[in-house]
Write a protein that binds this ligand. Structure first.
Ligand SMILES: Cc1ncc(COP(=O)(O)O)c(C=O)c1O
Length: 363
C-alpha cells in the first residue's frame, strides 16, 4: 500500500555532544524519531521529526489504564558503515501479538519496517563503532484516547526512537528467586511486551536491589516452583551438559528473539537442548550434585549474560567462574559475530537497510 512519510530534519545534530565511549544504557537519544497516528481504522500522519518531547492530554488513556506496548531491537554497522538490523521482522510480528492481546490495532509490517528504514537511514551515524555497542531501537504504541472511561481505545500513537548503547551488564548478573511475588500466570499477559508487565515488577525489584541483587528470576504464578524468566531476559540452565530453557506453552513468558536464536545455534552446535518445565528444586539438586554447569539469560539488550549467583529462600548459590563456561561462551561468540556481520549469516537473520534507496527518496 505504501505509507507516505514526511521528514523534518533536526536543524543541528547533537551527535558531537555524545561521548560514544561512555553510553549508559538508554540515556542518549539520536536526532530523530518516527511518529504515526491511528484513527478511523487507519494509520496516517506518518512522519520523521526531530527527537523531542510530545505534548499529551491529561486524560490520555494509556496513562490511566496502561494500554501500551513496546519492542527492543538492535542495529550495528556493516563493513561499509550501513545499518544491519538483527531479525526486525520477528519484532514486528511480536509487536502485533502484543497489540492483539492489548486490544490495540495492528501495525502493518510494511509501516513498521518503513519507520525503521527511514529512521536508520537518517540517523545511521549514531550507530556506535565500539565492540559490544549498538544502536538500540525502541518502537512503541500507546492508546491516545482523550477520555476518562475504561474502554478499548480507538486512537493510538506508534512511535520509534533510537539510542546508542554500550554493554547492558558489565559483571555476571546476581539474581534473586522470589517465592512471594509473581510476574505472570496462564491466561494473563506474560507473553505480551506490554508496559503493565514491567510496572508490576518495579516494587519487588526495588526490594531485591537493596539486598544487592540485580534482577529477579521469576517463578511460575501457580506453583511458585517452575523457572520463568528474568526481568529483561529469558533463562537457560545447563545441567550435566544438557541445555534447558522453560517452554513457551503456558503463554506466561516472552517469546524472546535472542532465546530463539540461541536455541537454533545450540542445536546447530550439536548440544542437547530441552524446552520444558524446570523447577527450582531440580536446579538446586543439580547444584548440590555438582552438575549445575551454567545459568545464563538472553535478551536483545543484555545479549547473553551469565548468572553469577542466585539467592533462593535466603541461601546463596554461586555458579562456576565465567571463563570456564564453554557452552554459553561459544553460543555468545557465535551470536555476536553473526549480529555484527562478521560471520556468515547462515540463517538470514540480518536485515540490511537499503540506505541508498531511502537517501535518494529523502533528498
Ligand atoms: C520480560 C522479557 N523477557 C525476555 C526478553 C528477551 O527477549 P528478546 O530476546 O526478544 O529481546 C525481554 C526483552 O525484550 C523481556 O523484556
Amino acid at each position: 500500500m505504501g505509507y507516505k512519510i514526511t521528514v523534518e530534519r533536526a536543524v543541528q545534530s547533537r551527535i558531537s555532544e555524545v561521548d560514544f565511549n561512555n553510553l549508559p544504557f538508554g540515556t542518549v537519544f539520536s536526532d530523530h524519531m518516527f511518529i504515526a497516528e491511528y484513527a478511523n481504522g487507519k494509520w496516517s500522519n506518518c512522519r520523521i521529526q526531530p527527537f523531542g518531547n510530545i505534548s499529551i492530554h491529561p486524560a490520555l488513556s494509556a496513562l490511566h489504564y496502561g494500554q501500551a506496548i513496546f519492542e527492543g531491537i538492535k542495529a550495528e554497522k556493516d563493513a561499509d558503515g550501513n545499518p544491519i538490523v538483527f531479525r526486525p521482522h520477528k519484532n514486528a510480528e511480536r509487536f502485533n501479538i502484543s497489540a492483539e492481546r492489548m486490544a490495540m490495532p495492528e501495525v502493518p509490517e510494511e509501516l513498521f519496517m518503513s519507520a525503521l528504514d527511514q529512521l536508520l537511514t537518517i540517523d545511521k551515524d549514531w550507530i556506535p563503532n565500539a565492540p559490544d555497542s549498538s544502536l538500540y531501537i525502541r518502537p512503541f504504541m500507546f492508546a491516545a484516547e482523550e477520555l476518562v472511561g475504561i474502554k478499548p481505545a480507538e486512537h493510538f500513537i506508534f512511535c520509534v526512537f533510537t539510542s546508542p548503547v554500550g554493554k547492558y551488564y558489565n559483571q555476571p548478573v546476581k539474581v534473586y528467586i522470589h517465592d512471594k511475588y509473581v510476574r505472570a500466570f496462564p491466561g494473563g499477559t506474560g507473553f505480551a511486551k506490554c508496559a503493565g508487565n514491567y510496572a508490576a515488577t518495579m516494587m519487588p525489584v526495588r526490594e531485591i536491589r537493596k539486598l544487592g541483587y540485580d534482577q529477579i528470576l521469576w517463578l511460575d504464578g501457580i506453583h511458585h516452583r517452575y523457572l520463568q524468566e528474568i526481568g529483561t531476559m529469558n533463562i537457560f540452565v545447563v545441567i550435566d551438559g544438557i541445555i534447558i530453557t522453560p517452554s513457551l506453552s503456558e503463554g506466561t513468558i516472552l517469546n524472546g528473539i535472542t532465546r530463539d536464536s540461541i536455541i537454533t545455534l545450540a542445536q546447530d552446535e550439536g548440544y542437547v537442548l530441552q524446552e520444558r518445565d524446570i523447577s527450582i528444586e531440580e536446579v538446586i539438586d543439580a547444584y548440590q550434585d555438582g552438575k549445575l554447569e551454567d545459568m545464563f539469560g538472553t535478551g536483545t539488550a543484555a545479549v547473553l549474560s551469565h548468572i553469577g549467583e542466585f539467592n533462593y529462600k535466603g541461601e546463596v548459590y554461586e555458579l562456576p567462574p565465567v571463563e570456564g563456561r564453554d557452552v554459553s561462551n561459544k553460543l555468545r561468540d557465535r551470536l555476536t559475530t553473526i549480529k555484527s556481520g562478521k560471520a556468515e549469516d547462515m540463517y538470514n537473520w540480518l536485515y540490511h537497510v537499503p540506505v541508498d534507496v531511502y537517501e535518494a527518496q529523502m533528498q
